[in-house]
Design a protein around this ligand. Structure first.
Ligand code: APR
Ligand code: PHB
Length: 403
């Protein structure tokens, strides 16, 4: 058994773990990351790419913003269309100056990985059998296996940044954990292609055929999605079939401009709302997808992970730089307040924009639910006050300070 020591053990090298590690290292707080798969595997996952200002600021504070600032595109608005009627949500005007930045999560992850390697910060990729020990004791530890060798990593705190399927959440005893969940009766089929985006701003499109989203990664790379039944397999969808269906779900003016091409990636993701309470147990803090999942409709997944990172970063800075160990009890409450807002917004956008016609939803018939949501969406879009409610949540609610 090999013995290691660090101040903060971080489980998972997704965006949450990498960003936290980078921020802590810059404050002189030591950390080691344990990741189950290879770095290339992590980078192979295609995820969303709309960043709130709070996230952008945090990446700048972490000192890894050069490429994001150069290549990321500032988006001052986005469109919601219902059949052929399009309404532009003017983020900048409605929020008094806030915008979002379009820059892929994969790129952020890559920038963080490169910076971590350049700073020679320790990461164990392909770490197996990761297990958290004594998380309520004065000095917890993490055991794992790497290249056939057993390790014990002693630490002061553990950041569980290991995503929805990770092991950290399970360390909180079942009787202390409340899990809230809603699984939606459809999925998103996503296609990535090297074609110019159909519109320079995102289009969220509600139609009787189902929802579609036109997003992008750059001026030459598009990311498009359509709502599909959960029973569909990605093999059911040739590129041709995807393009044909996607085009039918775009407002006419956009559809006319659609450029199609071969897919680089195509996958189906189920939609889920999930929150675990509390997000802390002893010296363990859950961060990002390990504690909560949102359906992608509000582009909040990565952004909620970032606000957790920000809160934990503030806490650990106070612990190590101001010697205040009491403040750690604030984490769960502060993080969860913002998480619930983001969860509610994502749930609301999902309900309003998808087609529920054939589905039983809550205690309502699909068609009845659908009519309520149609009415809700047109009500909000019809007034500046309604659009403002959408805009200020889309750009992201403010981060809360510690008490
Ligand atoms: N041991 C070590 N690492 C693990 C383990 C484990 N037992 N289980 C999972 N991991 C790793 C995964 O391989 C993954 O690389 O933890 C990482 C978690 O990363 P993400 O799932 O990307 O979660 P997070 O960093 O919180 O990022 C949140 O990613 O999933 C999207 O929508 C989400 O955009 C949001 C963002
Ligand atoms: C994406 O670009 O992948 C994306 C953008 C906005 C969303 C969801 C996904 O709401």
């Amino acid at each position: 058994m090999k013995h290691l020591e660090t101040q903060v053990a971080i489980i998972g090298a997704g965006p949450s773990g990498l960003l936290l590690g980078q921020l802590l290292a810059r404050q002189g707080i030591s950390n080691i990351i344990l990741e189950r798969v290879t770095g290339d595997y992590v980078l192979g996952r295609v995820r969303a790419g709309i960043l709130e200002q709070g996230f952008v600021d945090l990446v700048r504070e972490a000192g890894v913003a050069d490429r994001m600032d150069e290549e990321g595109a500032s988006h001052e608005g986005f469109n919601i269309s219902i059949d052929d009627r399009s309404v532009r949500i003017d983020l900048k005007k409605l929020t008094g100056g806030d915008v979002v930045v379009c820059y892929g999560q994969t790129e952020i992850t890559k920038d963080l990985m490169e910076s971590r390697a350049a700073l020679e910060l320790v990461t164990f990729y392909e770490a197996s059998d990761v297990d958290l020990q004594d998380v309520t004791a004065a000095s917890p530890s993490v055991t794992f296996v790497h290249e056939g060798e057993d390790y014990e990593l002693k630490c002061d705190y553990i950041a569980g940044c290991d995503g929805f399927h990770g092991i950290s959440r399970q360390t909180i005893p079942e009787q202390l954990r409340v899990e809230h969940e809603r699984v939606y009766p459809f999925g998103w089929l996503g296609l990535l292609s090297d074609t110019p985006p159909v519109s320079h701003e995102l289009i969220y499109s509600k139609t009787s055929r189902g929802f579609a989203l036109a997003s992008q990664r750059s001026a030459t790379r598009s990311r498009y999605y359509i709502q599909v039944p959960l029973s569909d397999q990605v093999e059911d969808w040739s590129d041709e079939r995807f393009w044909e269906e996607f085009k039918k779900r775009l407002p006419k003016r956009a559809a006319e401009k659609l450029v199609t091409g071969p897919s680089i990636e195509k996958s189906i993701a189920p939609l889920r709302s999930f929150i675990c309470e509390p997000m802390q147990y002893g010296k363990l803090f859950l961060v990002g997808d390990a504690a909560h999942i949102v359906p992608p409709t509000g582009a909040k997944g990565l952004n909620l992970a970032a606000s957790d990172v920000s809160t934990l970063y503030k806490i650990l800075r106070r612990v190590y730089l101001e010697d205040d160990k009491e403040c750690i009890t604030q984490y769960s409450e502060i993080a969860l307040r913002r998480v619930w807002h983001g969860e509610r917004f994502s749930w609301w956008m999902t309900n309003m924009l998808h087609n529920f016609d054939d589905m039983e939803s809550l205690d309502l018939k699909g068609q009845t639910f659908e009519r309520f949501m149609d009415s809700e969406l047109s009500y909000y879009l019809a007034s500046e006050a309604g659009q403002k409610v959408i805009a200020e949540q889309y750009v992201g609610l403010p981060y809360e300070d510690l008490a």
